[in-house]
Design a protein around this ligand. Structure first.
Ligand code: FAD
Ligand code: EPU
Length: 315
């Protein structure tokens, strides 16, 4: 077996929030073959399974998770892996194949090396390609959906098939994969040929904008933006900037970021989410919907999250 199943692995270090209890079972998966093997193991042992990408858009319960957690880790993380990537060029366009576990920063480096433009908006977004596709990661400068040609998935029936971009159900921070239970194995991206210097210039500009966002352990924005407005604006207007519960603090720099200032717990994040939701609802009659995914069992259900699309959460 190429994969190694471990027992009782603490998940906090595998998340950018630095929060989360143990996985009953845990394994790394370097490629699509490893993911398939891991899922087969979980099915044979009648255990639920979960995919962890970069762990940058989720909250894992303090009590951890039952079943097998599969940490997808990119083969592009090393130079040899990068050489394995395939670039097919056609006039000014190019198609790039990448496995789900590739880090977005490595994908961006790859694009610079090959003078390919389109994904510059990913600058400063942590995580993997798989996670970015599931949540249609993006900014005002672009979304991953715009660059997808097709996605290869492992279906719940254990079959592997391709899904054209049009069938991916992409929306704001969403895709069909948020609820379909399909595992993203790889994708073909459609990019444009450009000049290295042009690409670098765009990246530099985006890096400048990123300076408005806080550093520290976080999961990025906690809430989705209500239509046309910024959740951060509402949170600051109810006076919660800097508010702390235990080790979790609403960032003073950007109120839609919660920072784990040290020893923060998932239950404290949930308490702060509920407080923010209540205050914003009272003052503006707006229900802020969490953007982050919830993995594991939560003892403090967020009742206002009933319209959250995330079927894999227990909320
Ligand atoms: P994870 O957090 O590991 O997983 C998210 C969900 O996707 C989980 O439910 C997981 O099970 C599922 N999943 C992951 N991989 C797969 C797969 N291969 N197949 C099926 N399901 C899978 N996001 C933005 O959109 N825009 C931003 O500007 C942005 N800025 C950020 C800044 C910071 C500092 C941080 C910490 C986060 C930011 N994020 C942003 C959030 C996050 O980085 C992105 O959503 C990212 O795409 C998540 O990818 P991931 O690999 O970390 O996913
Ligand atoms: N604002 C405040 N107070 C704050 C934060 C923001 O008043 O504490 C107001 C300001 O007026 C500001 C406006 O909100 O001009 C917009 O803020 P920003 O440009 O930071 O954008 P955002 O809407 O808060 C979105 C994404 C980010 C993405 C940025 C950049 C969501 C939920 N957030 O933030 O994505 O990086 O745009 O394009 O869509 C993420 O999803 O994790 C994430 C970080």
């Amino acid at each position: 077996m190429a994969i190694q199943i471990k027992k009782n692995v603490i998940l906090a270090p595998f998340t950018t929030f630095g929060i989360g209890g143990p996985a009953e079972y845990f394994c790394g998966a370097k490629n699509a073959g490893d993911i398939i093997e891991a899922i087969k193991w979980a099915k044979n042992h009648r255990r639920p399974y979960y995919i962890l990408g970069g762990g940058s858009n989720l909250l894992i319960a303090d009590e951890g998770m039952k079943g097998l957690v599969i940490k997808v880790k990119s083969p592009f993380d090393n130079v040899q892996g990068r050489r394995q990537s395939k670039v097919k060029s056609q006039k000014d366009k190019a198609k790039v194949f990448a496995e789900a576990g590739v880090n977005l920063s490595n994908l961006l480096l790859f694009c610079i090396e090959h003078s390919l433009s389109g994904l510059e908006f990913l600058t400063g977004i942590p995580g993997t390609l798989g996670g970015a596709i599931v949540g249609n990661a993006g900014t005002k400068d672009g979304y991953i959906a715009e660059f997808i040609d097709k996605v290869t998935v492992l279906g719940q029936d254990s079959k592997i098939y391709d899904i054209e971009a049009k069938q991916c159900g992409f929306g704001y921070r969403s895709s069909r994969f948020r609820k379909s239970g399909e595992i993203v194995l790889s994708a073909v991206l459609k990019l444009k040929k450009s000049q290295k210097e042009e690409i670098k210039k765009k990246i530099k500009k985006i890096l400048e904008k990123r300076k408005d966002q806080p550093k520290g352990k976080s999961a990025g924005c906690i809430f989705k933006n209500p239509v046309g407005k910024s959740a951060g604006y509402f949170i600051s207007k109810v006076g919660l900037k800097g508010k702390s519960i235990g080790g979790i603090k609403v960032s003073e720099k950007h109120a839609n970021f919660f920072i784990n200032t040290g020893g923060g717990r998932a239950r404290e994040v949930i308490q702060l989410i509920k407080l923010v939701q209540r205050k914003v609802k009272e003052k503006f009659n707006i229900v802020l919907e969490p953007e982050i995914f919830f993995l594991g069992e939560f003892r403090l259900p967020i009742t206002t999250c009933c319209h959250c699309e995330c079927k894999r959460s227990n909320l």
